[in-house]
Design a binder for this molecule. Structure first.
Ligand code: NAP
Length: 292
């Protein structure tokens, strides 16, 4: 199948490799062209604009950073996906973005005889590399059925949650949960460290009990190695938490724990750590770790 892919960062690059390994023909575009060099060396075809990607492909995936990037990639009047004839094509946005933008893209796609899905993912850089992502989808069942064979090459769990935008809402539910597991893991490590415990032993023990969770299993070991590389960027988590709080506000919901997590991550970013991975939250407490 001819697949277009826009956004070849941490997540997009790894997903493209899996799609190419499954035998698909890939057309790629990224703001910084050099991030596609190895993909092109391995058989992908570079296109100069999202518009050209759309013209060359049957299904177009986007995996960019922020909602404004999604807006630009789809709607730029001269270079965007919708500047191309998209009739009968399927557009799938994997970016974590706003439910309202997903609805808008769906409306435009339908107006132009195309179809769209919002399909944000969870599972991190390793999930993308190992094709074990969880994919949360909004859109029409018939469109979902057509894209499912490709979701199978990217992830282990994929679920249609309803009409356009519902995939993004599900991702917000996911991020609200992650806000709790990241702050919980961080405070747990800070406490265990001060109490003079072996952090490795504590994590091994907790992983077998009621406190077991994905954040600790995946990011705890990175913290113990002082590895704060992304993974999942602090700046993107702040973006997600702000979308979640905005959506909650629209539903007249107060989410104080998510608000506090947002403030903590904003403080971390203000200290110059916005391009670290989210496990860097512990830097708010640790200048130097005392135990290991
Ligand atoms: P990333 O490494 O920054 O990748 C985003 C890519 O999109 C970059 O290569 C960027 O280009 C490109 N891009 C941005 N705007 C563009 C535009 N207008 N035109 C063309 N390309 C554009 O981030 P990531 O970690 O892959 O995350 C991507 C999305 O997935 C984010 O929404 C994030 O919240 C979400 N997500 C990430 C994870 C994770 O663990 N990393 C997990 C789940 C969801 P440049 O190279 O020029 O910057």
């Amino acid at each position: 199948m001819k697949i277009g892919f826009i956004g070849t960062g941490v997540m997009g690059h790894a997903i493209i490799v899996n799609l190419m390994n499954a035998g698909h023909e890939l057309f790629v575009y990224n703001r910084t062209k050099s991030k596609t060099d190895d993909l092109v060396a391995n058989g992908a075809t570079w296109k100069d604009t999202p518009k050209e990607i759309a013209a060359a492909s049957e299904i177009i995936f986007t995996m960019v950073g922020y909602p404004q990037d999604v807006e630009q990639v789809y709607y730029d009047e001269s270079t965007g996906i919708f500047a191309s004839d998209v009739k009968d094509k399927i557009l799938v946005d994997l970016t974590t973005s706003t439910p309202s933008l997903a609805e808008k893209i769906n409306q435009t796609a339908n107006d132009k005889g195309a179809a769209s899905l919002d399909a944000p993912v969870s599972g991190g850089d390793l999930g993308a590399q190992n094709a074990t992502l969880t994919i949360m989808v909004g859109g029409e069942q018939t469109v979902y059925n057509k894209v499912m064979p490709l979701f199978e090459k990217m992830g282990k769990t994929y679920t249609l949650h309803g009409t356009a935008g519902k995939g993004q809402h599900t991702k917000m539910a996911n991020q609200i949960m992650i806000a709790g597991t990241m702050t919980g893991m961080t405070e747990m490590l800070v406490y265990a460290d001060k109490a003079g415990l072996s952090l490795q032993k504590v994590m091994d023990t907790l992983a077998g009990g009621g406190a077991a969770n994905w954040s600790m299993t995946n990011y705890g070991p990175r913290i113990l190695k002082d590895d704060y590389s992304p993974g999942f960027f602090v700046k993107h988590f702040i973006k997600d938490l702000k979308i979640a709080l905005d959506e909650a506000k629209k539903m007249s919901l107060d989410l104080p724990s998510t608000q506090l997590a947002t403030q903590l991550y904003e403080k971390l970013a203000d200290q110059g750590n916005e391009n670290d991975g989210t496990q860097a939250l512990i830097k708010l407490w640790w200048k130097e770790r005392t135990n290991s």
